[in-house]
Design a protein around this ligand. Structure first.
Ligand code: ADP
Ligand code: MG
Length: 697
């Protein structure tokens, strides 16, 4: 995006939020005229109070904005915290603290973690560049995407530009409704002229969005003009001032639409036009009332052509205001289709209308012939997700003593209704799975990252206590490669996911698989319960093997294929509810150890045990085609996907094992993402599986 001369922007992570960017900076190399419009909420936040006292002003150099914490309703410390943060940013930038403004958005009622912001000020300053997108990202809260808009304009001989970013999402209703917006321009404008142009731009833009009828404590729109376009400074009441106001309005309307479109849980943008009203006040208020009506919004969500709700909302406001305006004489159009006119329904086809209302934008027009005033308001539909997002917002975030905000997903924090639903659903699933045999191939990142290891161990123990009979088969992955290199065995060669294994290599493979990975995994599983039993494929001849010959007669060294599984050993363990943890080493007729691909070993074990489920944990979401997850696929299709090259590398060995398992009678095989914590539980205990499910046909 083209940004105005002399401005730089930054967006970094300072630790208020768990992982996402949470602090943004706007900086101008030249002093700016600055203006601001703020929420009228009487509970407004400390940075809002601070900025509105100071604006409009000249000599402003920077704005620092954080997300994750609103710095609202925290007492007199709030404003002290603002000054401390502004001071630190001013020092890092080498400017006067009086030239730095602040803005905040996020959780209300928690002290700002000042120290985090103060200590990241140098990094924030160092991160400055022209990528305004990074700053837009850093102010996001429940926004699902950054919001940006820009314009270029000519004032006299000067070419100037405007670039702006905003965040929105929820808690916003008329009287300024944006939460945060930052507009930068290289025009020269006097502070009062900038202030009045900004205020004018608000009227048809941010003042006309209604997401949920609630007014934020932190709404603030800032405009900075640094004059580097070198036009004659714009004064109030001039044609240039009108031009500026128009350009600001266009930018703000663009941001306002983006904000409405991305309202909390929104699936559709709602646009309401009111025309022919006697006064502009009436037109504006009625447009906002319709856009904000919960019943209208819910109907829009459900694509329900229930237009009666539009006139209900209009009539309610007209009545309470005692306006001389007759809703019954209005005409109503939904998606351009006239549904009500001349005092009666038009009988428009509801089925056709329903189809039109499924579009991503729904437009409602309400018109009279009484006057000439018109207005447009933007809102969004009311979805199930709005309630979910906002019912859990504070209970699902927790503030640590240093003010860090993190998500707290524990079930205790959810509403009693949600908990009930979850438990009822989960328990009925669990009951269904009692004595189900599930063979789980453990591989990829889930074997390497400590937190994932812990969640995997936790899942296996939970499955066991819920009455399932899990069997774990693990791979060796990166550890074998690392150890080989350390011991000077050189680089391993892989053929379709199978490691070519020399006679010396197989000793290393066995040492790592059985001696290290297996014992570590067993210890981890036995930390909380004591039911995991480590077995090598050699133990009791669990995996009998012979040399595997590669495609086209290729020599793969000591790579084996399973010829027989000693099911008895596993049955003895399962009988007593032990969890076998198998290291995929095969015992050859010749007494040699063979390296067996863990995917293949898992398939053979699943077949021998007549397991209902076979689950492969790996480092991709499942089988991918053109980057998209294939969530369900028939075995016959899989064969074609190997042939046409969609499936390559390590996925080939996995896919062949999947096919072998299905052929051997395993009812369902899943390939799931081991990088997501608790993916095994999610796969088994929820209706909609994760990853790829391979079915026989
Ligand atoms: P694991 O350690 O789980 O056995 P592998 O590396 O052996 O993992 O096999 C999985 C890899 O296969 C993926 O990381 C991916 O790079 C590769 N792959 C090739 N084709 C596909 C495909 N169509 N879908 C998913 N993964 C694929
Ligand atoms: Mg593999």
């Amino acid at each position: 995006m083209k940004t105005p001369r002399g401005f730089s922007y930054a967006g970094i992570h300072c630790g208020i939020k768990a992982a996402r960017k949470d602090v943004a900076l706007v900086f101008s190399e030249a002093p700016c005229s600055a203006a601001g419009c703020f929420t009228v909420n009487a509970s407004r936040a400390a940075p809002v109070r601070d900025a509105e006292r100071r604006l409009p002003a000249a000599g402003v150099r920077a704005i620092v904005a954080n997300s994750g914490n609103a710095n609202a309703l925290v007492g007199p410390e709030g404003e002290r915290d603002v000054r401390e943060v502004c001071g630190a940013v001013a020092r890092a930038l080498g400017v006067d603290p009086a030239g730095v403004l602040a803005a905040s958005t996020g959780v209300i009622g928690v002290r700002l973690p000042v120290q985090k912001l103060v200590s990241c000020a140098p990094a924030l300053s160092a991160a400055r560049g022209t990528a305004i997108e990074l700053a837009a990202e850093a102010v996001m809260t429940t926004d699902t995407r950054p919001k940006l808009a820009s314009r270029t304009l000519r004032v006299g001989d000067a070419e100037a530009s405007i670039a702006a970013f905003a965040k929105g999402s929820g808690m916003m209703a008329p009287e300024l409704a944006t939460v945060l917006a930052f507009i930068t321009t290289d025009l020269a404008v006097t502070p009062p002229a900038l202030q009045s142009a900004l205020a004018q731009a608000m009227r048809a833009s941010f003042d006309m969005i209604n997401i949920d009828g609630d007014m934020s404590t932190n709404d603030a729109v800032f405009a900075l003009a640094n004059g580097l376009a070198a036009n004659a400074p714009i004064e109030e009441g001039t044609p240039e001032h009108a031009l500026l106001a128009e350009a600001l309005e266009a930018v703000c309307v663009e941001l306002a639409r983006q904000i409405a479109e991305d309202g909390d849980g929104a699936t559709k943008l709602l646009v309401v036009h009111v025309s022919g009203a006697p006064t502009s006040e009436m037109a504006r208020e009625l447009a906002r009332v319709v856009a904000g009506s919960n019943l209208v919004k819910a109907a829009v969500f459900g694509a329900d052509p229930n237009w009666g709700r539009v006139l209900m909302a209009v009539g309610a406001r007209v009545g309470s205001r005692r306006w001389a305006l007759d809703p019954e004489r209005a005409s109503v159009h939904v998606q351009g289709v006239c549904v009500y006119a001349d005092g009666a329904p038009t009988g428009a086809d509801p089925t056709a209308l329903r189809a039109k209302m499924r579009e991503p934008q729904v437009t409602i027009d309400v018109g009279w012939t009484d006057g000439k005033a018109a207005a447009t308001a933007w809102g969004c539909d009311l979805s199930y997700d709005y309630v979910k997002i906002n019912a859990d917002y504070t209970s699902l975030t927790h503030a640590s003593p240093d003010g860090t905000i993190a998500r707290d997903d524990r079930l205790t924090n959810y509403s009693p209704g949600f908990k009930r639903a979850l438990l009822v659903e989960a328990l009925s699933y669990i009951a269904r799975f009692t004595n189900t045999r599930a063979v789980i191939k453990y591989g990829g990142a889930a074997m390497v990252k400590d937190s994932l290891k812990a969640s995997f161990a936790n899942d296996i123990n939970l499955l066991r206590s819920a009455g399932l009979l899990p069997v774990v088969v693990h791979g060796g992955g990166p550890e074998i490669t690392d150890t080989m290199q350390k011991l000077g065995h050189g680089r391993s060669e892989f053929v379709d996911g199978v490691r070519v294994t020399g006679r010396d290599d197989v000793k290393v493979v066995e040492m790592v698989l059985t001696g290290k990975i297996n014992t570590e995994l067993v210890s981890l599983l036995n930390q909380s319960s004591a039911h995991a039993v480590g077995v090598s494929g050699k133990d009791a001849g669990l995996l009998r093997a012979r040399k595997l010959v590669g495609e086209g007669g290729r020599d793969l060294g000591m790579v084996g294929e399973v010829t027989h599984v000693n099911r008895d050993l596993l049955e003895v363990l399962l009988e007593k509810k032990y969890v076998p943890v198998v290291s995929p080493v095969g015992l050859g007729e010749d007494g040699e150890g063979y390296n067996i691909n863990a995917d293949a070993a898992a398939a053979e074990i699943a077949i021998a045990l007549r397991a209902e489920k076979l689950i492969y944990l790996t480092d991709v979401p499942g089988i991918l085609e053109n980057g998209e997850l294939v969530s369900e696929i028939a075995a016959s299709e899989l064969v074609r996907k190997i042939a046409d090259g969609t499936i390559k590398g390590g996925m080939v060995a996995k896919t062949k094992s999947v096919l072998r398992a299905i052929e051997g009678g395993v009812a369902s095989v899943h390939i799931i993402d081991g990088r997501t914590p608790h993916s095994v539980i999610a796969e088994l205990f929820t209706d909609r599986g994760v990853g790829t499910l391979v079915k026989r046909e």
